[in-house]
Design a protein around this ligand. Structure first.
Ligand SMILES: CC(C)(COP(=O)(O)OP(=O)(O)OC[C@H]1O[C@@H](n2cnc3c(N)ncnc32)[C@H](O)[C@@H]1OP(=O)(O)O)[C@@H](O)C(=O)NCCC(=O)NCCS
Length: 334
């Protein structure tokens, strides 16, 4: 895992992107902001109360005033962000007054700054739920062209070095879409393939997982995965996407040979797409706990611009790494 994270950090530095941190009332975030600034991973923009940041800077003995601060209560910031939010949602019935009230929330203010291009990425979720973080981004930033679904992936590192990419995999979706349709599952597969290319710097080998391997079982849930596989293959013939496959046929060459001879993945998948959030979320936690492996995520994907979520227990160093991921995604236009 460390080699992947180091590579992400090294590449992020080169882009020098502006990353917003809208959770300034979290000390860990403030510590991470300073570390990311010192490591030159990105230009940090703190989105929150300037007075509060000043107070915490003294208490934490951090030179936070060296960072840019955008206070959602500054009238200029509030007005421009309200206008951005209103433009994005007026067709859905949002009024100008509602937009003005909402953007005083730093999550909405940061999403508006991201939409405007004032910042290139945003990282939050240390003290807010995934749902809160994503709602602001979904309403203001929206999805990227050609993709209607925001989802998330996990970078998984296991001790089974002979499997995946030296024991590493990308799992999706473990954090966002509870019961994806076939179209959404195809979106998740394509977004995850792009994420895998970016994080691993190898060609993604994508398995669409099911309890059936190439017709071994019949059920509407299997048909959904078959349909999703077809849609993803049609949309991206350049990607190696196979399904429907059981997990063992996806990652163990001998089992692939026995269960689905001729399958193009040949038991060497490095990207695993789960049929729903139950499966994806349970799988990543079990693999992490039972193998003594590591799980890094949820890493949000599919937005028009990078808005990344954090796990509630994230350490300052983990926040720094997610800032690097946001900067790398912004720099690569993913
Ligand atoms: C992501 C999530 C917050 C969206 O919730 P929601 O209540 O649908 O949010 P909103 O109603 O504010 O949605 C805003 C818009 O985004 C759309 N949207 C919702 N989820 C979306 C997704 N995954 N991708 C793209 N668009 C999405 C909605 O359809 C809505 O569209 P509109 O323009 O027609 O209004 C919700 O799916 C969720 O809570 N997921 C699980 C997250 C979670 O708890 N994870 C924990 C496991 S780690």
């Amino acid at each position: 895992m460390q080699s992947v994270i180091n590579s992400i950090r090294e590449r992020a530095v080169k882009y020098n992107k502006r990353i917003a941190l809208p959770e300034t009332d979290c000390d860990r975030t403030l510590q991470a902001a300073m570390k990311a600034h010192e490591a030159k991973l990105a230009e940090i923009v703190l989105v929150g109360s300037r007075k509060y940041v000043e107070t915490r800077a003294k208490h934490l003995e951090l030179d936070l005033m060296a960072l840019e601060i955008m206070d959602p209560e500054d009238e200029d910031v509030r007005k421009t962000c309200a206008a951005t939010y209103y433009e994005a949602r007026k067709a859905k019935g949002l009024t100008e007054e509602e937009a003005y009230e909402s953007v005083v929330d730093p999550l909405f203010c940061a999403a508006a700054l991201l939409k405007q291009g004032n910042v290139d990425g945003s990282v939050a979720g240390r003290i807010h739920s995934t749902a809160d973080v994503l709602r602001a981004l979904l309403r203001i930033v929206g999805t990227k062209d050609g993709c209607k679904t925001v989802s998330s992936c996990f970078i998984m590192a296991t001790p089974q070095r002979s499997l995946g990419r030296n024991g590493m995999f990308i799992f999706a979706d473990g954090g966002v879409v509870p019961q994806p349709t076939a179209e959404q599952l195809a979106d998740i597969a394509i977004s995850t393939a792009e994420s895998a290319k970016l994080y691993f710097e190898v060609e993604p080998r994508i398995a669409m997982l099911s309890f059936s391997t190439k017709g071994s079982a019949g059920h509407p849930d299997v048909e959904k995965v078959v349909e999703a596989t077809k849609l993803a293959q049609q949309r991206r013939p350049d990607l190696l996407i196979e399904g429907e496959l059981q997990a063992d046929a996806a990652i163990i060459p001998e089992i692939a040979e026995a269960k689905c001879p001729g399958d193009r993945l040949a038991g060497r998948a490095n990207v695993l797409i789960f049929p729903d959030l139950d499966a994806g979320n349970i799988a990543y936690k079990l693999v992490q706990r039972l193998t003594g492996g590591e799980a890094y995520g949820p890493l949000v994907q599919g937005l028009a611009k990078p808005g990344l979520d954090l796990s509630r227990g994230a350490t300052a160093d983990e926040i720094v790494n997610v800032i690097a991921i946001a900067a790398l995604r912004a720099g690569s236009g993913i």
